[in-house]
Write a protein that binds this ligand. Structure first.
Ligand code: PAF
Length: 292
């Protein structure tokens, strides 16, 4: 079983002896672990000797009216799952331990990259992610940290944070883990009713459909996106965004424009966030010259 620590000082003391000769990995989570999280631990074990998994439902990344209070907290089950994949330490602090003052007067803001996509409807979300991830990095001081690619924008922001704040931490993006029917695994999938769960894979099917057509038949991107939005909405989703960006999340001209991967076209990513009932689902698909 992994050792559980609830206090920063105890965790630091426990992992200090490893620092000289062994590599430490951090897998930050908010708990309620599923196979996607366990895969992050598997990847962490390939890159480090000691794996620390943090479990903390971070209040600063939830906006007013969001699901902070109802977010599932399942520490005992999580620890049992982590034992099956050989995590070494669980860091499960309470709110006071992480935030002596809440909200913290110190902020970690990542600028323009946070103002698009999820940041448009969740304007304070990435500030909360920025401060909690910075704190976890300072507490654990890992050699490597693993984040899921499902949260594509979050991963890009964390890479920027590491670059700009000179953290000496390797960031690894882990491929999205999907259910057999294609739905990206997420703790929030449990908010779906049975019939919504049947509908949910449509999001990924639509991303795959778009990925094949972008650059394939040279239809303008805005036409492809509009048709896709129409189908997703008709299936019962309320779309937050469906967009195509460069892989670095720079904007792309979509109006009347098509993509030609034969002309030095850079890699692209299609990103979607959509509500289905109570669940806000996220997914994305990279599009490279090989995909089309
Ligand atoms: O992706 C998540 O689960 C959270 O945003 C993270 C990175 C653990 C920070 O709270």
């Amino acid at each position: 079983m992994p050792m559980i620590h609830h206090h920063i000082s105890a965790l630091r003391a426990a992992i200090q002896p490893y620092r000289a000769a062994q590599r430490i990995a951090l897998v930050p989570t908010m708990g309620n672990l599923h196979d996607g999280h366990l895969e992050l631990v598997n990847i962490a074990k390939q890159h480090a000797d000691i794996v620390v998994v943090s479990i903390f439902v971070n209040p600063t990344q939830f906006g007013v009216g969001e699901d902070f209070d109802s977010y599932p907290r399942t520490l005992d089950e999580d620890v049992a799952k982590l034992a099956t994949v050989g995590a070494d330490y669980v860091f499960a602090p309470n709110i006071d331990e992480m935030y002596p003052v809440l909200p913290p007067p110190t902020t970690v803001r990542a600028g323009a990259i946070t103002e698009q996509l999820c940041g448009k409807t969740r304007p304070t979300h990435f500030d909360g992610v920025g401060i909690v991830v910075s704190k976890l990095f300072n507490i654990v001081q890992p050699n490597v940290a693993i984040f899921g690619q499902k949260d594509y924008q979050q991963l890009a922001i964390i890479k920027q944070l590491v670059r700009d704040l000179s953290y000496s931490i390797e960031i690894i993006g882990a491929p999205i883990v999907r259910a057999a029917d294609g739905l990206a695994l997420s703790s929030r999938n449990q908010y779906l009713s049975e019939s919504e769960r049947q509908t949910a894979p449509i999001l990924q099917q639509e991303l795959q459909y778009l990925a094949k057509r972008i650059g394939g038949n040279h239809q303008p991107l805005d036409v492809l996106l509009a048709a896709s939005r129409q189908r997703i909405t008709s299936a019962g989703f309320v779309i937050d965004y469906l967009d195509i960006k460069t892989a670095q999340l720079d904007s792309l001209k979509t109006d009347g424009s098509s993509v030609n991967f034969n002309e030095n076209q850079q890699d692209l990513v299609i990103l979607v966030a959509a509500w289905l009932g109570r669940a806000r689902l996220l997914d994305n698909q990279l599009v490279t010259a090989n995909t089309v």
